[in-house]
Design a protein around this ligand. Structure first.
Ligand code: MN
Length: 415
């Protein structure tokens, strides 16, 4: 395990900051002063303005500017050698002992964060065994909980890039087709069982055209974000057979504003859990490809105090993002720079480590009590849900920043 690398940005040396020099996560920010949104890197409570640094030739990853745009896709296109060079150069520029350049810093408190990359396409997986078992138990009973394919194949569905939003974006309660009790006819109305899913998102940084190995897939992943896959459980329960979730998952998917690079997470690699059934060779993990990342989700009622609902860890996942990506390409499916892969809800084995309200309240049968004394089975209007995550080092943390969203009341339906 490496130690904290000290920076001339004093706030980056605090043990509780998400953004020490060891992290260097990439985002897009705007300052509201008429300048364009542009690329920056978080350092302590500041942002190092990469567009300005590029203007002075302090960082020159390409012959053309790549940081004066509101997305990291152009930089990702330059490939892994450029990724490593930028990280090394930023470590040099921001280290204690380097010439301080406070004029290139912006206060994080003064900016508005944007989506850090143009989401090319979005796929969501189902890679936590505890989550799959819990949900399967509720939908089909414990004897049929885990589908027969689950231990062999990373299950996923193709989602919508258009509904991916950055942390802080309000989310509106969706309308949808809901099944009545027993054999009652379906009706159309606001979802009554609107939920969250605590996930990690992997950002594909290198395109591929045809099948790639798990090892190649690992190298093609640029970095990771926190991801909340908002889910309307009542819409989902009625629509999901036989083609999987559709409108239940199409309202919004919130991601954290900083891409934490695979390079920053390198000291925290860990193996997937022991296989219960041997995987086919094309899915075998050639080296540890999960990460030890502590995760939590909190709920804040409107005007109230936050209650932490659950604490879990990314190492609970049965399949790594590299295995999911390799499987995704196995058919020949081309992958593009900026593709986003959701891990699936991450639930641990205990009740207080479940990653969705569906599981925490067991389908609404066991409402949870907040610190304020209120109860919740699902998300209520005005609630703010916040995911947090960090890999914990010795005296520092590789944090993701908050991934947050407030639920707004349903709009008037279109008809
Ligand atoms: Mn999901």
């Amino acid at each position: 395990m490496t130690d904290l690398i000290r920076s001339w940005v004093e706030s980056a040396n605090a043990p509780d900051t998400d953004f020490p020099l060891n992290n260097l996560p990439y985002g897009v920010f705007s300052t509201g002063d008429g300048t364009m949104p542009r690329c920056g890197v978080a350092i302590g409570d500041k942002i190092f303005d990469l567009c300005a640094a590029e203007g002075e030739d302090l960082v020159t990853p390409s012959g053309q500017p790549v940081f004066d745009v509101p997305y990291w896709n152009d930089f990702m296109e330059l490939g892994p050698d450029a990724w490593a060079e930028l990280r090394a150069r930023l470590t040099e520029l921001l280290s204690e002992g380097a010439e301080p350049r406070p004029d290139l810093l912006v206060e994080q408190a003064d900016v508005r964060m944007q989506l850090p990359f143009q989401v090319a396409e979005y796929t969501d997986f189902y890679a936590s065994k505890n989550h799959a078992f819990n949900v399967g138990s509720m939908f089909r009973g414990p004897e049929n909980a885990l589908p027969p394919n689950w231990l062999h194949i990373p299950i996923g569905y193709n989602g919508r890039a258009s509904s991916v939003v950055v942390s802080g974006t309000p989310v509106t309660r969706p309308h949808g087709q809901l099944k009545g009790p027993d054999d009652a006819a379906p009706r159309f109305g606001p979802s009554q069982r609107f939920d969250i899913e605590l996930e990690m998102g992997a950002v594909v940084g290198t395109a591929s055209d045809g099948p790639i190995s798990v090892a190649e897939a690992f190298e093609n992943i640029f970095g990771y974000v926190l991801l909340n896959d908002w889910s309307a459980r009542d819409i989902q329960a009625w629509e999901y057979q036989p083609l999987g979730p559709f409108q239940s998952k199409a309202t919004a998917t919130t991601i954290s504003p900083w891409i934490v690079t695979a390079a920053a997470l390198e000291p925290f690699r860990t193996s997937t859990p022991e296989r219960e059934t041997e995987l086919l060779p094309y899915l075998a993990e050639p080296a540890p490809m999960l990460y030890d990342i502590a995760l939590e989700v909190g709920l804040t009622p409107q005007g109230g105090q936050e209650t932490v609902l659950s604490r879990t860890n990314a190492r609970e996942l049965y399949y790594s993002a590299a295995q999911q990506l390799a499987h995704h390409t196995s058919s020949g499916c081309p992958m593009r720079v900026g593709d986003l892969l959701g891990s699936g809800t991450i639930s641990g084995p205990t009740k207080d480590s479940r990653g969705s309200l569906l599981e925490l309240s067991w389908g609404g049968k066991e409402p949870i009590t907040l610190d304020t004394g209120e109860t919740r089975s699902f998300v209520e209007d005005g609630d703010t849900l916040t995911l947090r995550g960090a890999a914990i080092g010795d005296g520092y943390r590789i944090g993701f920043g908050a991934c947050t969203g407030q639920l707004m009341p349903a709009r008037k339906p279109a008809h």
